[in-house]
Design a protein around this ligand. Sequence first.
Ligand SMILES: C[S@@+](CC[C@H](N)C(=O)[O-])C[C@H]1O[C@@H](n2cnc3c(N)ncnc32)[C@H](O)[C@@H]1O
Length: 219
Amino acid sequence: MLEIKKTLDGSLTLYNSKLNEHYHSTFGAYTESMHVFIKNGFQFITKNKIHVLEVGFGTGLNAILTCETAILKNTLVNYTALELYPLDLKLISNLNYAGVINPTLIDTFSKMHECAWNQNVMIHTDFYLQKINADLNKYRFTDFYDLVYFDAFGPDIQPEMWSSENFKKIYDSLNPNGILVTYSSKGSVKQNLRDAGFKVIRLAGPPGKRHILRAEKNE
Ligand SMILES: C[S@@+](CC[C@H](N)C(=O)[O-])C[C@H]1O[C@@H](n2cnc3c(N)ncnc32)[C@H](O)[C@@H]1O
C-alpha cells in the first residue's frame, strides 16, 4: 500500500496507493517542506521558545527540518505531533533523508522515529518531541501552541480533517498571535479556517502550487 517515490528535487516521499495520495509534493518533498512549514511558519515566529503542533507526523521530514533550523536559530522547540497511522521503522530507514538533512542529524532523525509514543522525549538539547498516536477528529487538546503545521492528506481525500470543527479546536489551543500554516489554499479550507476564527493570508506556493495559506489568531 505504501511505496517510496522520488520527487523532482531528488528527495523521496511515500505514495499511498489505496488513497492515491503522496505524503509530499511530487515537485519536491524537501522544497515543499522548507517553503510551507519552515520559511513561512517556523521562521515567521520570533519567539526563542516555540511550541509546535504538527498534524500528520508521517515521515518526520517537517520535524527534522524544524530541529535543524532550531539549532541554527538557537531556539528551543517543544514539538507535538499527531499521527493516526505510525510508519514502519524499516520503511523510514529507506527514505534517504540523509541526502537532504545535515549529516550530523542522521542519528537525531532515527531517534525521532525510535522514541516512545505518547511521552515527551528530549531528542536534542534544542528539541523535545511528543508523538501522539491519535485521531485528530477525536482528539481533545490540553496544551497550547504557537505554531501549527497542518499537513493532513488533501481536503479532497480526507475532507473531515479540514473541517471548521477541527480548525476551531486548533484555534482554541493556540496562544495569542499563534499561526497555522498549510499547503492547501482550496476555497473550502479558507472558509473553514475563517469560520473557526482565523484571519487567512494567501502566500506564494512552492514549485507546482500557486498558493499556500497562513492562518493567524489575532488576539
Ligand atoms: C500528507 S501526510 C503527512 C506528511 C508528514 N508531515 C511528513 O512530513 O511525512 C498526512 C499524514 O496524516 C496522517 N493522518 C491521516 N489521518 C489522520 C488522522 N485522522 N489523525 C492524525 N493523523 C492522520 C497520515 O497517516 C499521514 O502520516
